[in-house]
Ligand binder design. Sequence first.
Ligand SMILES: *Cc1c(COP(=O)(O)O)cnc(C)c1O
Length: 400
Amino acid sequence: MSLGFGRHYLAIPGPSVMPDRVLNAMHVPAPNIYTGALVDTVDGIVADLRTLAHTKDNVAIYIANGHGAWEAANANVFSRGDRALSLATGRFGINWAAQAREMGVEIDMIDFGLRAPVDAQRVEEALRADTGHSYKAVLLTHVDTATSVRNDVQAVRQAMDAAGHPALLMVDCVASFACDPFEMDAWGVDVLVTASQKGLMTPPGLGILFFSDKAKQTTRGNDLRTPYWDWQPRAEPQEFYQHFYGTAPTHLLLGLAEALNMILREEGYEAVMQRHKTLARTVWAAFDAWSDGSEIALNIADPAFRGHSVTAARMGAPHGTALREWTEKNVGVTLGIGLGMAEPGDPSWHGFLRVAHMGHVNAHMTLGVLSVMEAGLRALDIPHGPGALDAAAQVIASSC
Ligand SMILES: *Cc1c(COP(=O)(O)O)cnc(C)c1O
């Protein structure tokens, strides 16, 4: 018997759950793209995005997914043959660097593996060794969605300053934006990359860059920059169409404006951060119980280095895939696949999964996901420790 009828829950780390209010805000006829309400809406969106990033810096919005936003960042910052230092802590950091390499940037990578954050000491050493200051930028992922590691951005900035290195600090916040606190200006970040379909609760299609005046000035005239990706007119448009180098992504903007209302004017920034923290701790509490005497483990052992929007877990092969398939088929919940933890084709690929808790997610949704996972562990006879749901409920009980 399938118990999956009813509303399906896609609990993967992007695209995230879209609020009905966001969907309804998009259910309108095409607005005028030259004057009127849409122009004001975009001004409001830019102001709200700055509030979320804690920055006074420049904002450019693209019709693009996260990969497009990466490419926009690369195209604006680099010329062919420039060098950059990539700090990898999972598949997303590796792929951003690979994209830059394909665009003609020479990348040196420090790979910190799949279970640890960036070690700022090693970054400082690498930057000190670059005596000619050949690195134009340092590429960092705030929360790598593949491993769910959360890196200490301030520590990397301090390492750069300690080494006296002038490189730009570029940070991918696609998975963490509006979920984990991020202080672009206070942390000395030059380029912040994010997108609409995760913490921002809006369909995929908006790639967002924030960039500092230093980034703007030191990258003028780069030869990788092309008209569509150029951030300058988008951030300082003389005419409204320059915001998007053509037709505005009208309905995505209307959806995003509503999502920003919900985040900033209804629930409130601090409450949104606190909710993500609490739901993350709820998930971790369940995994801590399941892992007792079993193969199950959280991918990142130290809670101080875990992101609060997604949790990567090790289930032991083939239990990760088996449990994902069971919940999707039987109870209407889709869990995230393991990403970059093993090569596809390697039997151990089936030992991983991820649970998302980003964006429009509340306590009953997270407890529901954990409950159906518990049911699946039992149905499939996957060895697991007891008491996961008690532990999860206790986190919620003591947080309200
Ligand atoms: C989702 C994600 C991306 C890529 O976004 P797409 O929209 O899939 O291109 C990049 N970086 C991180 C950290 C992400 O979580």
